[in-house]
Design a protein around this ligand. Structure first.
Ligand SMILES: [Zn+2]
Length: 331
């Protein structure tokens, strides 16, 4: 396969679309860009004509920002370390029974995205020392080796404490599953995320406000925070609907695909659960070249919304397990 012939040099995307249906014209794709057929067909076109707009997908607003541009650039250049490939992010961070803000914080710690001296130095900034003891400051110093930190880990009753010889925060988190809180804390959720959180707050309090916390205060605060969070859990409502709409669409995809499936055939189904007649049939549509489970659900929702719109419904709701949240929309 050689370079593009001269006559197709100024070809536009719109010329690969059928002007009536706005779907991809398979013959034209096979004629001009046969090597990209699968990739192109995974891009689902909209069914109504609309103007082209520039869209920066990493931002929800669609507008480019240097922040996300820089982030993507860093991601592309980042050399994968052993830590990245072996560390179990789900087990060690995202599935921990603790507050979402703390999971987010721990993720930043492991990603070396918190502003301790060693992390800032890696980004070209001048290093500084620990304000408490004058030692070089890195994440392990703040969370493990700093004298206050070491004392906090000893004070809080857990089945075992992190070893001072650990070489990285990822190692500490990997072994953290065994740091089970013991009586008399009466805790049913892990205490160690709250210890990390309060050590970080203590470090910042010392640097920015010159406030020193003792290890006892820090340990007590961690236990209190963990208890308060656990006791608040049953009162939290998980129902996002203030009032259930008359018609609820359940958009699902079957079979549930594996995390990556480059070219699957996916069946998008839209189930109508109707509280008020008329009863609508379940809709089913199968499509090739569906790039992800999320895309399959988007197709199912579109099918359901178009059908509901034709039925002249004024208000519908839908539930999607991929986005893990309920949505309400007027059609
Ligand atoms: Zn120190």
């Amino acid at each position: 396969m050689g370079p593009q012939p001269f006559h197709s040099m100024s070809l536009k995307v719109s010329e690969l679309l059928c002007p009536l249906t706005n779907n991809w014209d398979l013959d034209k794709i096979r004629h001009h860009l046969p090597q990209y057929e699968d990739t192109i067909l995974q891009i689902k076109t909209i069914s109504v004509p609309s103007l082209d707009t520039l869209m920066w997908l990493p931002e929800s607003s669609g507008s480019y920002s240097t922040k996300t541009g820089y982030g993507l650039g860093m991601l592309a250049n980042r050399v994968k370390s052993d830590e990245d490939t072996s560390f179990n992010w789900l087990k060690n961070i995202w599935n921990i029974n603790t507050s979402p803000k703390i999971k987010d914080f721990i993720w930043k710690v492991v990603r070396k995205a918190i502003p301790v001296s060693a992390n800032l130095e890696r980004r070209g900034m001048a290093p500084f020392v620990c304000k408490k003891c004058g030692a070089p400051e890195d994440d392990l110093h703040v969370f493990l080796k700093w004298p206050v930190a070491a004392e906090v880990w000893n004070l809080v009753p857990t089945r075992f404490s992190p070893s001072p010889s650990l070489s990285s925060m990822a190692d500490m988190l990997t072994g953290a599953q065994g740091m089970i809180p013991l009586p008399p804390t009466c805790l049913t959720s892990p205490i160690w995320p709250w210890i990390l959180w309060n050590l970080w707050k203590a470090r910042n309090g010392l640097i920015f406000e010159n406030r020193a916390f003792t290890a006892h205060e820090n340990a007590l605060k961690s236990i209190t925070d963990a208890k308060e969070w656990s006791s608040a859990l049953p009162q939290r409502s998980t129902n996002a609907f203030p009032q259930e709409p008359a018609h609820v669409l359940l958009a699902t995809c079957a079979p549930r695909p594996p995390p990556s499936f480059p070219l699957g055939i996916l069946i998008a189904k839209a189930f109508f659960r109707v509280r008020i007649p008329p009863i609508l049939p379940n809709l089913c549509e199968s499509q090739n070249h569906v790039s992800s489970a999320l895309m399959a659900e988007a197709i199912a929702v579109r099918l359901a919304v178009v059908t509901a719109s034709l039925q002249a419904w004024s208000c519908i709701g839908w539930e999607m397990d991929q986005l893990k949240e309920n949505r309400r929309k007027k059609v």
